[in-house]
Design a protein around this ligand. Structure first.
Ligand code: MG
Length: 342
């Protein structure tokens, strides 16, 4: 099999603010794996805070290029992905791009979508949260207006002004809100007070309220929390799940953290066995990565896959947003195709 890659800069429609920074672009690297005239596509989306770069991703994919030459059949994916995983400790996004491209290729050859090959229910149109970045009142009002179709809003919080931020949103809409704190709250008493206050504001879940290393505080907070608490930065892969026992009510699974669809599915099974809620999330990725994740929609409790909707230059077509719901294409594989020459 032959692997090629293409680096790309994804541009946001609006500069994207989280508690730690604001950015206008996200680097991504698309992967293509070909065999017998079929091509599968994958994506390694690289928001800077994850520590993977275009250069480190390309260096990793060049190792995978050499490895894939030894394999003729994408159905050897389990063996291939095990060998790919051993190539380095990290590079989770790069590994995800290989997993996604291989699963896309298998689906293309079989003429069936990934969810069907895996035996999952066909995902019905599913509401997704729509993220409103941190900004001034005028911009926030404008973004709320643009999100008119969506039934759930998501706010990137994590500053001292979070109450003011929620009050600002509440001037314009009463829709349910997901709050993503991005590790921004440091004091456990403050966190519990905030959670009770947010509960009264029709907030339905809170993501990663405290820093990753505050596991004892999180266990204490969880006991007192009136809202579901979802781990994001605290977990990346399957092996991380045991470490957060008793600290969260659910997990945010993203392909760029989990190293792809196969491990994401294992994480969902773990969550089901351990009474954890599943939020299917994504990085700031294109319709390539988000369409792959949407194949798992029938298995999740919450869906937060609006990233392609926030982009100005999505180079793939795939999932669509209609009345705030995500609809899959009926295309084989991950259900996405490139709009640019690749
Ligand atoms: Mg998050």
């Amino acid at each position: 099999m032959r692997l090629s890659y293409r680096p790309f800069e994804l541009e946001f429609k609006h500069p994207f603010g989280v508690s730690s920074n604001t950015r206008t672009h996200t680097p991504t690297v698309f992967t293509k794996i070909e065999v017998h005239g079929f091509a599968g596509y994958g994506e390694a989306c690289l928001p800077p805070y994850l520590g993977e770069t275009t250069e480190s991703t390309i260096a990793f994919l060049e190792k995978v290029q050499a490895l894939l030459k030894r394999f003729l059949n994408p159905l050897q994916a389990p063996e291939i992905l095990m060998e790919v995983d051993k190539l380095s400790e990290g590079n989770n996004a790069a590994k995800a791009s290989v997993d996604i491209a291989l699963n896309d290729l298998i689906g293309k050859i079989a003429g069936r979508p990934f969810y069907d090959i895996m035996g999952f229910n066909r995902p019905l149109p599913t509401p997704t949260a729509c993220t409103i970045g941190i900004s001034g009142e005028k911009e926030t009002a404008q973004k709320i207006k643009e999100a008119n179709d969506f039934s759930i809003l998501k706010i990137k919080a994590g500053t001292e002004n979070d109450k003011a931020l929620v009050e600002l949103i509440r001037k314009y809409t009463n829709k349910p809100i997901y709050i993503d704190v991005n590790q921004g709250w440091k004091d456990k008493y403050f966190v519990v007070d905030m959670l009770h206050w947010l509960k009264e504001q029709n907030v339905v879940l809170v993501e990663q309220p405290m820093p990753v290393d505050k596991t004892d505080d999180m266990a204490w907070v969880l006991q007192k929390s009136p809202l579901p608490l979802i781990a994001d930065e605290s977990i990346k892969r399957y092996k991380d799940l045991d470490k957060i026992k008793g600290c969260f009510s659910g997990i945010n699974i993203k392909l760029m953290k989990s190293t792809g669809l196969i491990e994401a599915h294992r994480m969902i099974n773990y969550a089901r066995q351990n009474n954890l809620k599943v939020l299917l999330g994504c990085m700031a990725e294109s319709s390539c990565g988000a369409s792959a994740m949407a194949q798992l929609m029938s298995l999740g409790d919450h869906v937060d896959l609006d990233a392609p909707n926030l982009l100005k230059n999505d180079p793939f077509s795939g999932i669509t947003y209609t009345n705030g719901k995500i609809t899959l294409t009926d295309l084989p594989g991950i259900g996405a195709i490139p709009k640019i020459p690749f």
